[in-house]
Design a protein around this ligand. Structure first.
Ligand code: TMP
Length: 251
C-alpha cells in the first residue's frame, strides 16, 4: 500500500488548502499556519498552528467516529495533512452555542457568559463576500439550499456533535462555549461532518482557570489580541490527546 499523494490544488481557503489525490473520491487537506479573523480583515501567520489544528481535528474526528458520528475524515499524513472523503459541502455554517459569546452578544441583548439551555443553533450562509449572514427559515427556503427533511437531519447531527464534544472536552476540564461545523454529502448521499473541529472553530474555556481572559484557549486569543495563541492550542492538544484514539495514518 502506498500513501495518498497530494495532486493539484483544488481550493485554497483561509486556513486550509484542499488538494486532489490519485484517488477520485479522496482529498488531501493541508492545514496552514495562517490565522484570520473578522472576515480576514485581521491576518497573521502563527508557526505551528496548522500542525496543531490538523492533529486536534484528527483526534476529535477519531473520537466522533468511535461514537458513530459520520465525518469526512479518513486519516492523517505527515503532520499537517489530513486525508478526507470528497463531499459536496453545504454552504451553511452551523453554529451551536452552549454559552453566550462572540457575535451573539454583539447582535442580541444577551450578556456574555450567559448559559444557553437548551443550546442555541444558528445557521449562517457561507459566503465571505456577504460576511456569512445569519439565515432565517424563509431565506433558507428561498435559496433552496436543502432538500425536504434535510434541515432537521442537519440540525440533529449538529446537536449530536454538540453532545459528544461537550462530553469530550468536559472530561479534560474544557468548557465548550460554542462551535461551528460544516456538513456535506458523500457521493452516496450520506450527510457527514466535514471541514475541521479545532480551536479555530470552537470556543473553549479552561475550567481550571478563573480569569476571564486567561481561561480562553481558542481563536478568541487572536481575535482579542490576548497573545499565546499557539500555546493555548497546544494546551487543548495535550488534553485531548489523553482521551482520544491516536489518529490513523491513512494508507
Ligand atoms: P461567532 O460568535 O463569531 O458567531 O462564532 C461562533 C463560533 O463559530 C465560534 O466558535 C467561532 C466559530 N466561527 C468559525 O469557525 N468561523 C467563522 O467564520 C466564524 C464567524 C465563527
Amino acid at each position: 500500500m502506498t500513501a495518498v499523494i497530494p495532486g493539484p490544488l483544488l481550493h485554497e481557503g483561509k486556513a486550509k488548502r484542499v488538494h486532489a489525490t490519485d484517488h477520485p473520491d479522496l482529498l488531501a487537506v493541508d492545514f496552514k499556519d495562517d490565522a484570520t479573523a473578522f472576515n480576514a480583515e485581521k491576518r497573521a501567520s502563527l508557526a505551528g498552528k496548522g500542525l496543531m489544528n490538523c492533529r486536534i481535528s484528527a483526534l476529535v474526528f477519531e473520537y466522533l467516529k468511535d461514537r458513530g458520528v459520520p465525518t469526512h475524515y479518513l486519516g492523517v499524513q505527515n503532520d499537517h495533512w489530513m486525508v478526507v472523503r470528497s463531499v459536496r459541502i453545504i454552504p451553511i455554517e452551523v453554529v451551536v452555542r452552549n454559552i453566550a459569546a462572540g457575535s451573539l452578544c454583539r447582535q442580541m441583548p444577551i450578556a456574555p457568559a450567559t448559559p444557553l439551555e437548551p443550546p442555541l443553533l444558528d445557521l449562517y450562509y457561507k459566503d465571505d463576500g456577504l460576511g456569512d449572514p445569519l439565515l432565517t427559515e424563509a431565506r433558507l427556503e428561498r435559496l433552496n439550499l436543502l432538500g425536504p427533511g434535510q434541515r432537521q437531519q442537519l440540525e440533529a447531527l449538529a446537536m449530536q456533535v454538540n453532545r459528544e464534544l461537550r462530553a469530550l472536552f468536559g472530561s479534560v476540564d474544557l468548557e465548550l462555549v460554542d462551535f461551528k461545523i460544516e456538513l456535506g454529502f458523500t457521493s452516496d448521499n450520506r450527510l457527514v461532518v466535514a471541514d475541521e473541529i479545532s480551536p479555530d472553530t470552537c470556543r473553549l474555556w479552561d475550567r481550571r482557570v478563573g480569569d476571564v481572559n486567561d481561561r480562553i484557549l481558542d481563536k478568541d486569543r487572536f481575535r482579542q489580541d490576548l497573545g499565546g495563541v499557539v500555546e493555548a492550542y497546544g494546551e487543548v492538544l495535550k488534553r485531548v490527546e489523553g482521551v482520544c484514539p491516536e489518529p490513523q495514518v491513512y494508507r
